[in-house]
Design a protein around this ligand. Structure first.
Ligand SMILES: [Zn+2]
Ligand SMILES: [Zn+2]
Length: 240
């Protein structure tokens, strides 16, 4: 069970004095003021399959043309750059409730719009799981919070069919072979996914290796399809 966010008394006092402040520039007004919202690094052009930021008008990145991932589509909101990286870190590592509300709302709306535009539906939403020890240290799993919010907004069941059975070290700085070795056997499926169209939620997608490994596992357990939704994407592909 996720632990509630730790209270931050000073922040609460400031919030009472200045009830509405922009999360990014601190100006009084809306939680995120219009100029700050417009200035976020929205991911406008990216690979239709893995959401890798692209400078050209191509639909797929060179990696997906050569060896596409097993998931069908990745919906991603931003490039992982300033200032959204700071906001995501406040959500992930400081349990900042305003950042969390903003990010949950943005991702939920984006998934809702995507479903309406593409006339798609999911049978279940699930989060990239974190190891119990990491959850204990952090107090909660950010992807789980996002998945719950998306599930409620889109009125799609939230399932916890995925587990993280083995500790894996951070994927940062590892090459493709090392990342696959680091992740192999670390996830497990312990709920029904057969015949389901699934939406897997992650907070930040770096190389897409984790998303691909989990998607493969879900498909091997009979899932019909897996899509990914995440907040932000770094410009690195799993094959690099
Ligand atoms: Zn602002
Ligand atoms: Zn791609």
């Amino acid at each position: 069970m996720p632990q509630p966010a730790k209270p931050q008394p000073l922040r609460e006092v400031l919030k009472q004095l200045f009830p509405n402040q922009c999360l990014l520039c601190g100006q009084p007004g809306q939680t995120t003021c219009k100029p700050c919202l417009a200035g976020l690094p929205w991911l406008e052009h990216c690979c239709q399959r893995c959401a890798l930021p692209l400078s050209s008008r191509a639909e797929l990145c060179a990696h997906c043309l050569r060896e596409p991932p097993v998931f069908q589509h990745c919906l991603c909101l931003w490039r992982y750059e300033f200032p959204i990286n700071g906001l995501i870190q406040r959500f992930k590592y400081q349990a900042n409730r305003d950042a969390r509300t903003f990010l949950e709302t943005q991702l939920s709306r984006a998934v809702g719009i995507y479903l309406a535009q593409c006339d798609r539906a999911y049978d279940a939403v699930l989060a990239v799981p974190s190891h119990p020890l990491r959850r204990f240290r952090r107090g909660y799993n950010p992807s789980y919070q996002l998945a719950k919010a998306v599930s409620q907004y889109c009125q799609c069941p939230h399932t916890q069919a995925l587990g993280k059975s083995r500790w894996s070290h951070s994927q940062q700085g590892l090459n493709r072979k090392q990342r696959l070795k680091n992740l192999s056997g670390s996830f497990s499926v312990h709920g029904p996914v057969a015949g389901q169209r699934l939406l897997l939620i992650d907070d930040v997608m770096t190389t897409a290796t984790t998303a691909n490994v989990i998607s493969e596992l879900l498909l091997n357990h009979g899932a019909t399809s897996v899509d990914i939704a995440c907040l932000a994407r770094t410009p690195q592909h799993m094959s690099s």
